[in-house]
Design a protein around this ligand. Structure first.
Ligand SMILES: Nc1ncnc2c1ncn2[C@@H]1O[C@H](COP(=O)(O)OP(=O)(O)OP(=O)(O)O)[C@@H](O)[C@H]1O
Ligand SMILES: O=C(O)C1=C[C@@H](O)[C@@H](O)[C@H](O)C1
Ligand SMILES: [Mg+2]
Length: 176
């Protein structure tokens, strides 16, 4: 089995479905599911907005890179990464070097619908969250595409269809 296929890392903006799809995919593959955001919360004992309040985004990014260094050392893991994990070059290299990277490509309008009632995303606590999502996508899309081995349209498919697609993709890689 190639090194790439020993882990699957999901990247994409807030609301792309990384956590939702990652959990189902891990169950399907019999792998462990990890969520880098949840790992950061578990280690600090506070929610992400509190980390942003106390340490700023910069402090959160430092913690995120530390967690990614550790989590990419595991094998047979499906990982949901934070929406901004791809910004740092080191993080992109860690993901590329240790697993198959999947970008869940979802439009800002869909992302907005999926995240509008959730207060746990500090970057979206602004007057116009849809606009913020559009700006974040414009800034990050090159990074998502650069790091990804596979781009999946996460708009129309339901989560189950995406999981089926990725399971097939994984089987093809392991049994070419
Ligand atoms: N393919 C999908 N179709 C419809 N709704 C979805 C889909 N994927 C996720 N959702 C819904 O969108 C919301 C956000 O999904 P999820 O938490 O999995 O996103 P995320 O990518 O992990 O976001 P974050 O980066 O903020 O952690 C959830 O309520 C989930 O049920
Ligand atoms: O898009 C982002 O920058 C973020 C997404 C979330 O997953 C969290 O990692 C945090 O809220 C920051
Ligand atoms: Mg998530």
């Amino acid at each position: 089995m190639s090194g790439k296929a020993e882990n699957i890392y999901l990247v994409g903006l807030m609301g792309a479905g990384k956590t939702t799809i990652g959990k189902v995919l891990a169950r399907r593959l019999g792998w462990r599911f990890v969520d880098s955001d949840h790992e950061i919360e578990a280690r600090t004992g506070v929610r992400i907005p509190t980390i942003f309040e106390i340490e700023g985004e910069e402090g959160f990014r430092r913690r995120e890179t530390q967690v990614l260094r550790e989590l990419t050392g595991l094998r047979n893991v499906v990982m949901a990464t934070g929406g901004g994990a791809v910004i740092a070059e080191e993080n992109r290299r860690l993901l590329r070097d240790h697993g198959l990277v999947v970008y869940l490509d979802v439009s800002p309008a869909q992302l907005y619908e999926r995240t509008r009632h959730d207060r746990n995303r500090p970057l979206l606590q602004v007057a116009d969250p849809l606009r913020r999502l559009q700006e974040l996508l414009a800034a990050r899309e090159p990074f998502y595409r650069e790091v990804a081995d596979i781009v999946v349209d996460g708009n129309r498919c339901n989560a189950q269809a995406v999981v089926q697609l990725l399971t097939r993709e994984h089987e093809n890689l392991c049994n070419p």
